[in-house]
Write a protein that binds this ligand. Structure first.
Ligand SMILES: [Zn+2]
Length: 143
């Protein structure tokens, strides 16, 4: 039991109207109604915030993904750059590519094999720093 917020007589908490004065939701004070309203606004705000974060991530991932080959996962610009430096461009074979998103830039690591000027096949790993527009900024490692 609780007291009606209007006439102060005892009513059930769950009562929809006060049997004494007819007040709607007599057991719910204005304060608790306000609290519930504020809670709803905060929750709605959080949901909107989380949703917008989610879509930003998707957008960013899409921006990143468009610079990678959908079939083998190689980075388009980095592959061009590697091939450009090769003696035998036709012998180029992509093995695998991994990348790390470090916030502002991506670190892309590509392993490939190709033939050298003696016709011998070699394997090499190249690590490069690329920006989100797909440009290769720097070659960090080659081995
Ligand atoms: Zn009442």
């Amino acid at each position: 039991m609780t007291r009606c917020k209007t006439c102060k007589k005892e009513v059930a908490i769950s009562a929809k109207t006060c049997p004494h004065c007819g007040q709607k939701k007599p057991g719910v004070s204005k304060e608790s109604e306000k609290t519930i309203l504020i809670m709803c606004i905060i929750i709605a705000g959080f949901v909107t915030l989380i949703r917008s974060c989610g879509s930003e991530t998707t957008l960013r991932e899409k921006q990143i993904q468009q610079h990678f080959n959908a079939w083998d996962g190689s980075h388009n610009e980095l592959t061009k750059l590697i091939k450009f430096a090769l003696y035998n461009k036709e012998s180029y074979e992509h093995i695998k590519t991994r990348y790390w998103d470090d916030g502002g830039f991506l670190i892309v690591e590509t392993t490939y094999s190709a033939k050298n000027d003696f016709g011998e096949r070699f394997k090499k790993r190249v690590k490069a720093k690329v920006d989100l527009n797909g440009n290769v900024i720097a070659i960090l490692e080659e081995e």
